[in-house]
Write a protein that binds this ligand. Structure first.
Ligand SMILES: Nc1ncnc2c1ncn2[C@@H]1O[C@H](COP(=O)(O)OP(=O)(O)O)[C@@H](O)[C@H]1O
Ligand SMILES: [Mg+2]
Length: 206
């Protein structure tokens, strides 16, 4: 467990402020993607995730993801750091919350694509690395139960393809507390491995 208060402390140096968002976001941010609950933007070399206005649990969701990231980063071994998008802080501006994260970019400076957008992916090293990520999460009992084709990016770096997890919203029991299998550690890990396995099979086959 994190000590009370630690969960909302920004990681490292504070990079932007609510005033930056209020004064410059509308003009300068570039929309990258729209999900079910959030819009994802590029803004000043960072990625900013904004919950839809009026979404019922709006406030919880970005804070919640930040808390999950802190639990992961507290246990993350050095060699797996490149496989997890860093989350820096949560800001509030104009009645909405903004999650400030690292932008995952390819060597050419463009945002990396998700597995879904990348398409067929037979790179052995890529899947071995992702398997290492999944085993680490299972051993730490911090299972991300929504490892899927949109939540893992394929980063092109020095001629290698590196998997990067960008979505920590669904961890352990929290999003489906009624699912019996998630009561048990082995059930949580099982769910994560099943999703991972399905995705791998599909993208190795196409
Ligand atoms: N840090 C990032 N760097 C580059 N692209 C990202 C990053 N985070 C998310 N994206 C893009 O935005 C999409 C949605 O992001 P995600 O965090 O999964 O939001 P949500 O699921 O809440 O809509 C991803 O599939 C990816 O294409
Ligand atoms: Mg997502």
């Amino acid at each position: 467990m994190l000590p009370a208060g630690a969960a909302y402390k920004p990681s490292g140096k504070v990079m932007i402020t609510s005033a930056d968002i209020e004064n410059h976001f509308a003009a300068d941010a570039e929309l990258l993607s729209t999900g079910y609950r959030r819009e994802v933007f590029l803004f000043r070399n960072l990625v900013v995730k904004r919950i839809f206005r009026g979404y019922k649990r709006a406030k919880d969701l970005n804070y919640h993801e930040w808390r999950n990231y802190k639990k992961i980063s507290a246990k993350l071994p050095e060699e797996l750091k490149i496989n997890f998008q860093t989350v820096y802080q949560v800001l509030e501006a104009g009645g909405q919350t903004y999650l400030i994260t690292e932008a995952i970019l390819d060597d050419n400076g463009k945002p990396s694509r998700s597995i879904e957008d990348f398409g067929p992916l037979r790179d052995r090293e890529f899947w071995e690395r992702l398997e290492g990520v999944v085993s680490f999460l299972a051993e730490a009992d911090l299972c991300l139960t929504d490892i899927h084709r949109k939540n893992v990016l394929v980063r092109k770096k020095e001629r290698r393809l590196i998997p990067v997890i960008v979505d920590y919203k669904t961890m352990g029991r929290d999003f489906a507390p009624w699912q019996i299998e998630l009561f048990f550690r082995v059930g949580r890990a099982g769910k994560m491995y099943r999703k991972y396995g399905r995705m791998k099979k599909e993208f190795m086959a196409v």
